[in-house]
Design a protein around this ligand. Sequence first.
Ligand SMILES: [Zn+2]
Ligand SMILES: [Zn+2]
Length: 427
Amino acid sequence: MPRLKRVMIVFVLLVVGTAVGVRLKSLWSGPGVQASIPQKPMAQKSSDLSKYRDAYFPGTETLDADEMRVTACGTGEPTARPRQAAACFLVELGNGDKFLFDLGNGSTERISALAIPYDYLDKVFIGHLHNDHMGDLPHLWIGGALAGRTKPLRVWGPSGQTPSLGTAYAIEHLQQYLTWDLAGRRGNVPMQGYAFEVHEFDYRGVNTPIYQANGVTVRSIPAVHSIDGSVSFILEWNSLKFVFSSDSYPNTWFAQYAAGADIVIHECFLSSNLLIKKMNAAPQEALQVGSQVHTAPEAFGKLMSIVKPRLAVAYHFYIDVDTQEEMYQRVRSTYAYPQPLSVADDFMVWNITKTQIRTRRAVIDENIFPPDPINRVGGANPNDIIPFSPFIAAGRLAAVCPEICGVYKEINTAYGTAYSPQTCSCK
Ligand SMILES: [Zn+2]
Ligand SMILES: [Zn+2]
């Protein structure tokens, strides 16, 4: 973390801690200014702190029973940049459920900062199969299992015009792509989490339920984007309605079924003018991509003026010192102030109840380790390891055996075990 940023965060914490009596030692432990987010949530509600701070510290708040929290884990574009991952939004509910909507490239890094045990992050809804909306599936699948997810990763995604354009095909081939990865883990780590549970649904469903459990219903509506096979999602729970577009040209289904939602997150693509000036697009390409494949900012505003959500969230463009103002003005030309609008950036957080919507930014620990898993399952069987060929096995450097034996002795002494390495004979 850059020194200036770290100093600023500590300063904010000191001010906040003084104001509300938060015990800083429990938030930030260790020597000096070493940041450490606690693993066990503190008994604080977002409303307890609303008068005092606009920052959200992951892992420190409980949700009220009727409250929804939405976190932007990716708001950018297909091409990677440090500030913004590609599309991803996390929805957390007061009943304990958590849902990921899209999982674009780079988004798992953002998710990791939220200090959530990976067994909770097992439900992913993919709106379409562009890489900037599903590119981090392998990372959540493998990384989540390594960090303690003991269940299959459940993925809901649309069919396509042919079977090979559907979600099931994509996941099946994703697993084939990872054949060497999985073969190399077998026997070394527990394998419980290395499975997918795929729910492919008809992309033509109109407000059709695709998930119902625990008082939560998720429905899909068709979207108009690139080719057939894009959808948008509507999540309803406890009289709260969350709608997420994934990618789409403004469409009739969205105008009808997103109407009156509490929070509507819809793509709002970089204007054709900015695509030419900032992204080196040719005019024809800028017009095609910026206003035909995607939703132009003026069209986003028009759509929101029809849908009239309690909060409209625009995402899917590089937010910057010289793009934000133009994008804002274009949206506001058709969705006038003070109609409620968030121009999304990574780590924006919205707490939603029937009476209030709070907009904050998450303050993260860039050096976070994975949180304690909620189920700790062992069971790696070394007999499952695929042995090296004699050629590769003979390449091990025998000179390190004293050091390897030392490592085993240290751990066996500390934990009362009696393991011995396969590669060296220790006395
Ligand atoms: Zn797309
Ligand atoms: Zn996209």
